[in-house]
Design a protein around this ligand. Structure first.
Ligand SMILES: Nc1ncnc2c1ncn2[C@@H]1O[C@H](COP(=O)(O)OP(=O)(O)OP(=O)(O)O)[C@@H](O)[C@H]1O
Ligand SMILES: [Mg+2]
Length: 395
C-alpha cells in the first residue's frame, strides 16, 4: 500500500501514531506536577526499560504535559561524555531566562542567574552567564557538586514559585551519568526537595537505574520511584497496531493481527516495524496473513541489520563470545557464573572485565548482583540465529 500514507513510525524517539499502554506513567507524571504545584512533596520518576520500549517517547510526552500545565520543561540526552554540572547549569540558565520574562520575578531571576554564574565558576564548566556577580557567597559555590546542585535547583525553584510556574528537567539515558554525577544528582534532589518547590528532575534509562541509585545513595528510593516499562499489554498492543491503520481506512484481519502480536512480542519498536512493513506488503487496504508473513521476512532482515547487528558490532571478539554464551543459556537474567562456565572459564574474575565493558557499552546490564541480561529485547534470539558460541570460537 501507499508508503506516503504509512502511519507507523519505527525509529528512536519517534512519536508513535498511537501512544498506547502508558496511561499509568502519564498519570503518575501528572500527579507529580500537581502535587508540586500544591506545595506538597512527591517522589520524582526515573522510568526504566529495555531498548526500544518507548522511554524517550514517554519523556517527550511528559514534556508536552508539563508545557500544557504551564511549566517550563527542558529535555537533555545524557551521553558518556556528559558532565552533569554543565547539563543542569545549561537547563537552569534557559529556565531562568524564560522565567525572567515575567515582570514580577525579574529581580529574583537576576539574582538566581548570578548564583548560577557562581556555580559555573566553581565547577569550571565554562558556561557564559552575562550578569554581574554581586551575590552573597556561600550559595551553590562550595565545590561539593551535590550540595551546589541542590542550591541551584532550590534557587530556580524559588523563582519559579514566585512566577506562579514550575520547572521540570527531563534527562534521557541517565545510566550514562558517571557514578559521581549520579550521586550528586540524587544528593542535589535530596537537598532541593526539603523545600517542596515546584522544580523536579525526571529521567529515563536502562533497567539497572534502581540498583545504581541505591548503590549511590541509600535514600534514593525515597526520592524516586522507578516505573518499569516493557512490552505492551495485549490490549494496548492491539490498539497500537489496529488504530493507526483504521484511521487510514485499512483493516488488519484477525489472524494477521494475532501473528503480528506474536512476532513483535508486543514490544513497541517491533510493533512499529511490523506495522510499517505489513502496511507496505498489504494490498487493497487490507493487511492479511500473507502480508504479515512477507513482512516478517523483511522485518527480520531489517532488524538483524539495523537493530541487532549494529550493537553486536560494537563488541570486541571476546565480548561477542560473552554475548553468545549468554544466549546459549536461554532468555531472561542469567548468573554471570553460568556465563563464565559456558565460556569455559573457572571463575568470574576472569570474565569480569568483559562483562563490565559490555555494561559500559550498554549492551547488557545487571538486573541483580551477579546476574546479567541483554538490554535489547529478543537479542538472545538474534545471537542464537546468527552468532553461536561455536561459530564465533571458530573465527
Ligand atoms: N506506547 C507505544 N505504543 C506504540 N509504539 C510505541 C510506544 N512507545 C514507543 N513506541 C515506538 O517504539 C519505538 C521506540 O521508542 P523510543 O525511542 O522512545 O524507545 P526507547 O525506550 O527510548 O529506546 P532506547 O532505549 O533505544 O532509547 C519508536 O518507534 C516509537 O514510535
Ligand atoms: Mg530512548
Amino acid at each position: 500500500m501507499d508508503a506516503l500514507r504509512n502511519p507507523y513510525t519505527p525509529g528512536a524517539g519517534t512519536p508513535p501514531p498511537a501512544l498506547t499502554g502508558r496511561d499509568p506513567e502519564l498519570e503518575q507524571f501528572n500527579l507529580l506536577l500537581g502535587r508540586l504545584e500544591a506545595g506538597r512533596p512527591e517522589q520524582s520518576l526515573l522510568i526504566t526499560g529495555l531498548r526500544g520500549v518507548g522511554k524517550t517517547v514517554l519523556l517527550d510526552a511528559f514534556e508536552g504535559i508539563a508545557i500544557e500545565r504551564g511549566w517550563y520543561a527542558s529535555f537533555t540526552e545524557i551521553t558518556s561524555d556528559t558532565r552533569l554540572a554543565k547539563v543542569i547549569a545549561t537547563m537552569a540558565r534557559e529556565a531562568l531566562l524564560d522565567l525572567r520574562r515575567i515582570e514580577r520575578v525579574k529581580e529574583a531571576a537576576r539574582r538566581a542567574l548570578a548564583i548560577l554564574k557562581a556555580f559555573t565558576i566553581s565547577t569550571g564548566i565554562g558556561l557564559e552567564i552575562r550578569v554581574e556577580l554581586d551575590v552573597e557567597e556561600g550559595i551553590a559555590d562550595s565545590g561539593d557538586l551535590g550540595r551546589d546542585l541542590g542550591d541551584l535547583l532550590t534557587v530556580v525553584g524559588e523563582v519559579a514559585i514566585e512566577g506562579g510556574r514550575g520547572v521540570v528537567f527531563l534527562l534521557d539515558e541517565v545510566q550514562y551519568l558517571g557514578r559521581r554525577d549520579f550521586e550528586a544528582l540524587i544528593a542535589g534532589m535530596h537537598r532541593a526537595s526539603r523545600r517542596s518547590l515546584p522544580i523536579t528532575v525526571v529521567g529515563a534509562g536502562l533497567p539497572m537505574l534502581p540498583r545504581l541509585a541505591g548503590e549511590a545513595k541509600s535514600y534514593a528510593e525515597r526520592l524516586f520511584v522507578f516505573p518499569h516499562i516493557g512490552a505492551l499489554s495485549d490490549e494496548a498492543a492491539r490498539v497500537a497496531l489496529v488504530e493507526p491503520a483504521a484511521e487510514e481506512g485499512v483493516t488488519i484481519e484477525p489472524e494477521a493481527l494475532e501473528r503480528m502480536l506474536a512476532y513483535t512480542g508486543r514490544y513497541p519498536y517491533f510493533i512499529q516495524q511490523y506495522g510499517k512493513h505489513a502496511w507496505l506488503t498489504g494490498k487493497n487496504d487490507v493487511i492479511d496473513v500473507d502480508a504479515v508473513e512477507r513482512a516478517h521476512e523483511l522485518v527480520r532482515s531489517v532488524l538483524d541489520a539495523d537493530f541487532f547487528h549494529v550493537r553486536f558490532e560494537r563488541a570486541t571478539a571476546l565480548e561477542q563470545r560473552y554475548l553468545a554464551a549468554m544466549a546459549t543459556l536461554g532468555d531472561g537474567p542469567r548468573s554471570s557464573g553460568d556465563v563464565t562456565r559456558a565460556l569455559g572459564y573457572a571463575s568470574t574474575t576472569e570474565t569480569g572485565t568483559i562483562r563490565d565493558s559490555l555494561i559500559k557499552k550498554g549492551l547488557i546490564y545487571s538486573p541483580r548482583h551477579g546476574e546479567v541480561d541483554f538490554t535489547v529485547p529478543l537479542f538472545g534470539d538474534f545471537m542464537r540465529r546468527r552468532h553461536t558460541l561455536e561459530g564465533l570460537a571458530a573465527d
